[in-house]
Write a protein that binds this ligand. Structure first.
Ligand code: NAP
Length: 331
């Protein structure tokens, strides 16, 4: 497919590289010039604006930092003169016969249904010049719902990713897909090449984001608590090699934390997921709960830890840097 990737941060670059490697025609754009050299060297073309990237694309994938960024870039997709042009017929792409749930197409060897149907790409308002926009960023559920009204022709799906950049490059990431089933399936070849596992989360765009935020809350709180356990073990003078070994083997430590244990133990925070983004995700899930009248006191505490780490110079460092708050205090 002809795929444009907007945002050349760690994740956007990984998505572009993965899709290039699977034979898609990839065009990229980034707000700050000069960040796309790796993917251009790998065969991507570069667009000078989001609207130019959108022209003639089948899929426009956004991988941007936060709610503000996705709203700003979405507003630029239909800038006059360069975009796909007005599309008077909104294309909700829903298929009432399908609802939320695990996607049978996620089993190895199978994929989402892509055969002819109400949104198979043959109806007016689809085809060249009518891309589907998919947001892979982690944003608030309400922002995701609002983006549907801003996307050209209303052709918008949510596609937050579970897994870091290396998992994406290796095809090992999980995709949480939300929105009209027909629109989601129209990008089936992209999901198939990008994800090892994909879950269709239903028509409501916000649900895919809520699942994603729940996962990240568990990750962020897990890293913060393991950081405390490691710092406590080190302060108590335990053997570091044995501590690392036991943390890897104990069932109380989630598998998703395993690839961060060494970095927490040894203070290497070059990683792949910035503390500022971790703080954002925990704040967003706390806000989701609070909007329903439910306070999450632990989430607010975890958010505060990552905000503090970001404010102390670890903003662009990996979330493992939260351990440095404890080490700083010991002096
Ligand atoms: N890293 C991970 O492991 C991971 C995993 C899953 C999901 N995510 C989510 O994926 C998204 C991207 O993460 P990342 O790690 O790739 O972040 P990143 O490396 O910090 O990249 C952020 C991207 O957003 C762009 N951006 C920020 N503000 C913008 C604005 N106002 N207008 C236009 N572009 C703007 C940046 O452009 P500039 O270069 O111009 O600043 C950059 O391309 C985030 O929502 C994150 O939470 C990350």
């Amino acid at each position: 497919m002809r795929v444009s990737v907007l945002g050349m941060g760690s994740m956007g670059r990984a998505v572009a590289l993965r899709l290039l490697g699977r034979g898609h025609a990839v065009r990229v754009w980034n707000r700050t010039p000069g960040k796309a050299s790796e993917v251009i060297d790998a065969g991507a073309a570069e667009a000078s604006s989001p609207a130019e990237a959108t022209r003639d694309a089948d899929a426009v994938l956004m991988s941007l930092a936060d709610d503000r960024a996705v709203r700003e870039v979405m507003a630029r997709l239909a800038e006059p003169g360069t975009g796909p042009g007005p599309d008077p017929s909104p294309d909700p792409g829903t298929d009432p016969a399908t609802g939320p749930g695990p996607d049978p197409g996620t089993e190895p060897g199978s994929g989402p249904a892509t055969g002819p149907g109400p949104d198979s790409g043959t109806e007016p308002g689809s085809g060249p010049g009518a891309p589907v926009v998919a947001d892979m960023s982690t944003v608030s559920p309400d922002t995701s719902r609002a983006l549907a009204g801003l996307a050209p022709g209303g052709r918008f799906v949510a596609a937050p990713i579970i897994g870091g950049p290396q998992a994406v490059v290796d095809g090992q990431a999980t995709g949480l897909l939300g929105g009209g089933r027909g629109l989601v399936d129209r990008l089936g070849p992209v999901w198939q090449d990008l994800f090892a596992v994909q879950w269709y989360c239903g028509d409501d765009l916000g649900s895919a984001l809520t699942y994603k935020l729940l996962n990240n809350y568990l990750l962020m709180s897990g890293v913060a608590v393991v950081a405390e356990a490691v710092a406590a073990g080190q302060a108590a003078g335990l053997d570091e090699a044995m501590l690392g070994d036991l943390l890897l083997r104990w069932p109380t430590v989630a598998p998703a934390l395993h690839n961060r244990l060494d970095d927490i133990l040894h203070g290497d925070h070059r990683g792949w997921f910035a503390t500022r983004l971790g703080a954002k995700d925990v704040r967003l899930i706390a806000e989701v709960a609070e909007s329903k009248g439910l306070r999450l006191p632990i989430a607010r505490l975890v958010e505060q830890r990552y905000e503090e780490a970001a404010g102390r110079g670890w903003s662009d460092s990996d979330i493992t840097a939260v351990v440095e708050l404890l080490r700083e205090r010991r002096g």
